[in-house]
Ligand binder design. Sequence first.
Ligand SMILES: [Zn+2]
Length: 236
Amino acid sequence: MCDSCAFPASSSRRTFLKAGAGLALAGGLALPRPALAQPAASLSGEEALKRLMDGNARYVANAPDQRDFSARRAALSRSQHPFASIVSCADSRVAPELAFDQGAGDLFVVRVAGNFVNQDGLASLEFGAAVLRSQLILVLGHTSCGAIAAAIDVVRNNTQLPGHLPQLIDAIKPAVHAADAGKPADMLAATIAANVRLNVEKLKTSTPVLAGLVAEKKLTVAGGVYDLATGKVTLL
Ligand SMILES: [Zn+2]
């Protein structure tokens, strides 16, 4: 894990754990707490979601908050306390900090084309929830997603894709099948929504870390879709 993730450069993980700073979780798992952690995040999952949606309304209205990047950067140089984690597509048109009008240090973001959760993404989100204590994970799909469209094409037409793309498509296929079962008029939109819902469910039920936090009401997992044309996020 990087220095910017709030572990002091001079302190190894082992030394850190030895010092008794472990964070006990449901199921007996212990994860290190950042050395410079402030008191637990004061925002509940619901409050965090409202803060995101308020920010999205400012973004849609083209009226973002003014920010002092220099002062914020200095304040964040030793630790971070993001209030929400986002699972977003890698699409260049979907930028979570812009879409929710948030600054550096506010969002813990995992991005991959098709906004699904793989093992590395899951581990990152566990870090965000259990160590950094963000109480919300939002899975954010978006309209006209090329990765989702490609997955539909592969399932329907057996299209062969180069390189490692088939791996990515495999992760999206369950959403294609789930959407197809409903015989939707708009297959792309239905698959985008199904993909968000499946990944929300995957996160909620992921043991031991995230499911444990959800059971303790210390974590909310929600899903939404970002409209490329308007910038508006609609919760599912
Ligand atoms: Zn996309």
